[in-house]
Design a protein around this ligand. Structure first.
Ligand SMILES: [Zn+2]
Length: 295
């Protein structure tokens, strides 16, 4: 992996760059940096936590004898005092694991007692406005409040936060993935391609000045949107995750398809903004709504 986290030092995942950067971040403190010595030699070990599964990782490539690009690797040999977890079920599901490109099914779920899902759910609730901001920005669609409420209810009903593909970093997109198909009516369609595709199929569709798709008397044109196909792959230690957004008509004809690549660092930056500075950008009504659905 090309990122690590150390929750006690920063809530954000940190890119793995150089030994010097890691040493300055951890202030060369134990347990993150440890001296391993035996009769013959001694060397330094660099530990951190996997941003996805919270297990301990060891960073390879910082020692002069290493020729590889610095990257993190799960350390599942034994538990390292003070460093992450030693949790095999989370490791098995971790996208950074070798051969982990196998697709998870929506039924692959953690037990309700597992420590990872509740953290992710809590982040979704307390930062629901940020999650929606990222989805809306990507899609150029503004969802109505009642639509978002039903999406939250879908997520609760399907217990999406227990999905083994969930993490604190990808929860906005996993939220969308676990919602059911919703009508496009009453949503604001700022996406020009989508709007022109809709009008090409049904020229009588009407939009108000905010681009809200209006329900028109006598017009029986059904159109809905949904999210599907969560994909994960690791290229050159870098994790890429995506879901696909699709708008279709009543005959299941595709009117618009967009692959949404997750942007976990953007989400981490948003949720770790200084609260005072972030105030003007926040939509606490959405947060209240999320809290109420999960109360
Ligand atoms: Zn992991």
């Amino acid at each position: 992996m090309d990122v690590f986290k150390i929750p006690t030092l920063s809530a954000k995942p940190i890119p793995i760059t150089t030994k010097e950067a890691f040493e300055s971040f951890t202030k060369k403190q134990k347990p993150w940096i440890q001296l391993i010595s035996d009769a013959m030699s001694f060397s330094w070990r660099y530990y951190a936590q996997c941003p996805h599964c919270d297990n301990a990782i060891i960073i390879i490539g910082f020692n002069p004898t290493h020729t590889q690009t610095p990257h993190g690797k799960h350390y599942m040999v034994r538990s390292v005092n003070g460093v992450g977890f030693l949790d095999r079920s989370a490791y098995e599901a971790c996208p950074y694991r070798n051969q982990a490109n196998k697709k998870l099914s929506k039924e692959d779920k953690y037990s309700t007692e597992h420590h990872l899902p509740s953290k992710a759910l809590n982040i979704l609730i307390e930062h629901f406005d940020r999650a929606i901001y990222l989805l809306e920005k990507e899609l150029q669609i503004k969802f109505s409040t009642s639509c978002l409420k039903r999406m939250l209810e879908d997520f609760r009903a399907s217990q999406g936060w227990l999905y083994k593909g969930v993490s604190e970093q990808n929860i906005p997109w996993i939220f969308a993935y676990f919602t059911l198909s919703k009508s496009l009516y009453k949503q604001r369609i700022l996406n020009k391609t989508l709007k022109s595709n809709l009008l090409a199929l049904e020229p009588k569709l009407q939009f108000d000045k905010h681009e809200t798709l209006l329900v028109t008397d006598g017009l029986f044109f059904k159109t809905s949107f949904s999210f599907f196909d969560h994909q994960r792959s690791v290229n050159d230690h870098h994790l890429i995750e995506s879901i696909t957004f699709k708008v279709s008509d009543k005959n299941n004809r595709d009117l618009y398809i967009k692959k949404i690549e997750f942007d976990p660092l953007h989400f981490a930056n948003l949720i770790n903004m200084d609260e005072e500075k972030a105030k003007e950008f926040r939509n606490m009504k959405l947060v209240e709504m999320a809290r109420a659905v999960f109360r």
